[in-house]
Design a protein around this ligand. Sequence first.
Ligand SMILES: [Zn+2]
Length: 116
Amino acid sequence: MPFEKRDGYRLWVGGPVPKGADAITLGPMVMVRAGHEHSVHLLRHEQIHVRQWRRYGVVGFSARYAGSYVLWRTRLKGHHGAYLRIPMEIEAEWVARRSLATAVADVDFAGAVRRG
Ligand SMILES: [Zn+2]
């Protein structure tokens, strides 16, 4: 089985990932390019997409995601510029960065990790 069951999602290392991307999430399935499975930031980002798939459903997520991308392309943004402006990408990146920043803040000045 290439799928590893994680808390709230399944991880498929080496699954089909689009060219130019490190990972893609389809519903509860997170597919990451081999070698990127240990990136805490990437997995956190993809977990937000899992949550978005649950929130909007397959049709709602796909329509919002693709609709936003197409809208920005018609506003003459390139592929990367349009991708960065998709609201679900903005949310995933924002929450991933915020949660990682919070993790750093949990380490006190002496470098000891506070537990509990
Ligand atoms: Zn993303």
